[in-house]
Design a binder for this molecule. Structure first.
Ligand code: C2E
Ligand code: MG
Ligand code: MG
Length: 317
């Protein structure tokens, strides 16, 4: 083995040969020893620091990419982690369940469920909405196809985003699914949201094509967008869903009765969204709104619970 020691201001190293009985002693002044040491350290230390920083940067970038909302949504879709819940839609006059709206949920791993109001805009901005919509259509028929086929009086409404109306691709896709599950086209409603800006000229032909293929069209969140009236004039729609903000403040929103009157004049069915109290329900009933959806009746439920709920509310109470 080697021996290393200091003596009288000098540094010594003794190296013994393993096979022959000889040893070499090297000695240098402590000054030049440390000078040499510093020379080497001044080269290797910065190099080491730079390499470490680079490693940390690459690691944190990879980690950030892995945890980016886009990639998390992509993985949630591939692992089929997103779930559909179904919120009953009720005939206000007799409390009968007439159908449901399919609402997407993103259950957290251990945290809370992520709201579609957060991840749908993300999917829209990241160009992933077509993928999300395909997923919803698949999941909907997989979960509800049989139930719908055996309950032809019920319908399910699905929410489509503006860009879903940029091509007619979905029409044949949904129709094929409906056919293979023996579900009537009339049992699938298409909700077109009024929120934000919709390119009316671009979406109108596809919405019209859905209509011609036999789908019912509902304008969602009516009253919150920019295109309300032009839409209604141009489109052959069936239903207006009055946005929750109008239902929340029935007493202070002088517009709500006019929306209802207009819907009646145009021969459109009305669904009040987000009905939470009995007094809201009574007001809506008195003003001739036909259908309601809200926590007063039920929140959106997982498939099994919804089916139980619907079977208990198929008949007039
Ligand atoms: P929306 O289509 O207007 O759906 C109604 C929203 O109101 C749902 O929120 C529902 O849970 C909530 N709601 C219903 N009743 C009540 C109530 O009594 N009180 C309150 N406070 N809220 C009530 P959710 O599920 O968070 O969905 C938010 C929006 O995300 C939906 O609004 C819809 O525009 C969009 N969305 C949901 N699922 C999908 C989907 O599969 N595809 C697309 N493109 N959009 C979706
Ligand atoms: Mg909706
Ligand atoms: Mg709505």
């Amino acid at each position: 083995g080697d021996t290393f020691f200091n003596q009288n201001g000098r540094v010594y190293t003794i190296a013994r040969s393993a096979i022959r009985p000889i040893a070499v002693i090297m000695s240098t002044s402590r000054g030049s020893y440390y000078h040499n040491f510093c020379d080497q350290a001044s080269l290797t230390l910065p190099l080491g620091i730079i390499c470490s920083i680079l490693l940390v940067l690459v690691w944190s970038r990879t980690r950030r990419q892995y945890h980016s909302p886009r990639n998390m949504l992509q993985r949630a879709l591939s692992c089929r982690q997103l779930r559909l819940h179904y919120q009953p839609i009720i005939d206000i006059k007799n409390n009968r369940c007439v159908g449901a709206e399919a609402l997407l949920r993103w259950p957290g791993f251990d945290g809370p469920v992520m709201n579609p109001a957060e991840f749908i805009p993300l999917a829209e901005n990241e160009g992933m909405i077509a993928q999300v919509t395909d997923y919803v259509v698949d999941e909907l028929f997989y979960e509800m196809g049989e139930f719908l086929a055996s309950h032809p009086q019920l319908y399910v409404a699905i929410n489509l985003s503006a860009s879903d109306f940029h091509s007619a691709r979905l029409i044949s896709q949904i129709s094929e699914k409906a056919h293979s599950y023996a579900v009537c086209i009339g049992q699938i409603k298409i909700e077109v949201t009024e929120r934000g800006f919709i390119d009316v000229a671009k979406t109108t032909p596809v919405i019209q094509a859905f209509r011609e293929a036999g789908y019912e069209i509902a304008i969602d969140d009516f009253g919150t967008g920019y295109s309300s009236l032009s839409y209604l004039q141009k489109l052959d729609v069936d239903t207006l869903k009055i946005d929750k903000s109008f239902v929340d403040t029935l007493e202070y929103r002088p517009l709500t009765p006019h929306i209802i009157e207009m819907a009646k004049a145009l021969n459109l069915a009305t669904v009040a969204e987000g009905v939470e109290t009995e007094s809201q329900r009574d007001w809506l009933r008195q003003h001739g709104v036909q259908y309601a959806q809200g926590w007063l009746y039920s929140k959106a439920l997982p498939k099994e619970q919804f089916i139980l709920w619907a079977e208990n509310n198929l008949h007039v109470h």
